[in-house]
Design a protein around this ligand. Structure first.
Ligand code: BG6
Length: 293
């Protein structure tokens, strides 16, 4: 595998001998692009995404940590929406080939309290470490996050992998794996509902699911009745399904083209309906593997 730093070390590209590739922005350790061997792009990235470190990138896989949305409790009161991980510069720790990455490559990224600006540290004064490992394999992409408490006091957090998938036509997409799952409908006054059948799209969608089948049960994104992406979660009990549709896309300054909602869909494994507590010296590990069906 070939790993190249570009844009004055701000961005990294990894390409497998078989042709698959990923692009990662060190700002946010955000995977911006994932192409298969034929060059087909799997992720949606806004034409107006901030790629210069001036904000979180809109598209790919932003990492949500240590709060999902905003919170008026749990030590997260001062944090911006979705926390600081997606909007901080991470360190590239190196690449490895391992048993886990059979024909592929594993890239490690780190973010800890010491990397944060004084402003951000004032918003969340805990001593933590994040290790984010990205494994590109021939037909899959695994992202694993390890959170450690390296300080003396416990802290609480939420986390989520905010996948923006590229699709051909959102109105032909269905998502399976949420059958009978309870969810909070953020697009309808945070009402609690129960999913009937597969998820389909006909308007703004912003649903926080806690599927009863648990993390081991795959989530499958289909287009035109054909499976396209299969997501297997590990230790992430929730998953958010999000599409801004017409009005919300228009209101998002970094969302381009404005009708880009037709071509994207977020299915985001996370731990967001509750708070994880990490005691001094403890670690939390969670992951997703996305298979090209
Ligand atoms: C989703 C949330 O995960 O992220 C939505 O459920 C939110 O409510 C969306 O609008 C995008 O968030 P942001 O902060 O990137 O605009």
């Amino acid at each position: 595998p070939q790993v190249t730093l570009t844009d004055s070390n701000a961005r990294l590209t990894a390409t497998l001998p078989t042709g698959e590739s990923i692009d990662i922005l060190l700002h946010g350790a955000t995977i911006l692009s994932w192409k298969d061997a034929a060059g087909r792009e799997n992720f949606w990235l806004s034409d107006a995404a901030k790629l210069d470190g001036s904000g979180a990138a809109r598209g790919g896989i932003p990492i949500v940590f240590p709060v999902f949305g905003t919170s008026d409790g749990h030590g997260a009161e001062k944090l911006p929406q979705h926390g600081f991980a997606r909007n901080s510069r991470w360190e590239f720790l190196g690449k490895s080939t391992s048993e886990a990455a059979k024909e592929g490559v594993k890239l490690d990224f780190g973010l800890s309290s010491q990397n944060l600006s004084d402003d951000v540290r004032a918003q969340w004064p805990y001593t933590f470490g994040l290790l984010y490992s990205v494994t590109l394999d021939r037909g899959s992409l695994n992202t694993t996050l390890v959170v450690t408490n390296d300080g003396d006091v416990p802290f609480e957090f939420q986390t989520l992998l905010h996948n923006y998938f590229r699709v051909d036509d959102i109105e032909k997409v269905t998502v399976k794996g949420f059958e009978d799952a309870p969810y909070v409908d953020k697009a309808d006054q945070f009402k609690t509902k129960t999913q009937a059948g597969a998820v389909t799209f006909a308007g703004e969608t912003d649903s926080v699911y806690t599927p009863a089948q648990g993390p081991g049960h795959p989530l499958v994104i289909e287009e035109d009745g054909k499976p396209r992406f299969r997501i297997v979660r590990d230790n992430l009990e929730d998953a958010v399904v999000f599409n801004p549709w017409v009005d919300k896309a228009r209101s998002m300054g970094d969302f381009e083209p404005k009708d880009g909602w037709k071509k994207m869909l977020c299915v985001e494994p996370g731990s967001v309906s509750k708070w994880q507590t990490l005691e001094k010296g403890d670690a939390f590990e969670a992951a997703q593997t996305i298979y090209l069906v």
